[in-house]
Each structure stands twice: as C-alpha cells, then as structure tokens.
Write a protein that binds this ligand. Structure first.
Ligand code: 5GP
Ligand code: ZN
Length: 110
C-alpha cells in the first residue's frame, strides 16, 4: 500500500516517535495525542484497512499486540488506568485505513 501513511511510517519514509517494535508490530506516538500518553499499535504489514476485516487468521498478531500494549502501558507508567480503542469507518472517526489500536492513558484528573 504505497499511499498508506502507516505503511510509510513502518518503512521509515515518514518519521515517527517509535515506542516499541517486534517482527510483526510497530508502536509509535500519535502525532495529535488525545491523552497525556497516546500510542498507536499497528501490524507492520497492511493486513487490513480496519478491524472490520479481521478474523481468526489474525489471532496470532492480535494476541501479541494486546500483550505489547500491556507492556507499553507498564513501561509508560499507566498502571492507574489505560484504554485501547480502534475506530472502524469514518462515522467512528477513522482517518487512517491501516488497522490500528490507540493506547491511551496517563490522566491525573479522573
Ligand atoms: P483514526 O482516527 O484513524 O482512528 O486514528 C488515526 C490516528 O493517526 C490519529 O489519531 C492521528 O493523529 C494519527 N496520525 C495520522 N497521521 C499521523 C502521522 O503521520 N504520524 C503519527 N505519529 N500519527 C499520525
Ligand atoms: Zn498501510
């Protein structure tokens, strides 16, 4: 997907603030954070445009992604609480069509 912003981030063609990386996954800071800590987790491969296209074949990397999210949450000091969100479709606010998960936390006012 040459025209995909997140594919370009994985390829290093667009700079990003990397938080973590595995063979299959990439995590980086959202450029417009909606929380004190806002990290995006993506599969490196453009396996789906959104979570609507996921199925049993995706179980492996999805499980790994959830584990990586928990590790990042710990590393970033989010023990008090964090959230994972994935937007599907423009009506839900999806703007980048490379499946991704928002990890958000770090609030001190709630
Ligand atoms: P969505 O709205 O599709 O669920 O989430 C896309 C997210 O990607 C948004 O929160 C947006 O701020 C972030 N984003 C879009 N372009 C870039 C970029 O070039 N770099 C980074 N780090 N984040 C981006
Ligand atoms: Zn992509």
């Amino acid at each position: 997907m040459t025209d995909c912003v997140f594919c370009k981030i994985v390829a290093g063609e667009i700079p990003s603030s990397r938080v973590a990386e595995t063979d299959r996954l990439f995590a980086f800071r959202d450029i417009q954070p909606h929380a004190p800590t806002h990290v995006l987790l993506i599969p490196k491969e453009h396996v789906a445009d959104s979570a609507a296209d996921l199925g049993p074949d995706d179980a492996g990397w999805l499980a790994e992604l959830m584990g990586l999210a928990a590790t990042i949450a710990k590393d970033e000091g989010l023990e008090a609480g964090w959230r994972i969100v994935t937007n599907v479709g423009p009506a839900a606010g999806q703007t980048v069509f490379h499946v991704h998960f928002h990890l958000m936390g770090g609030w001190t006012d709630r």
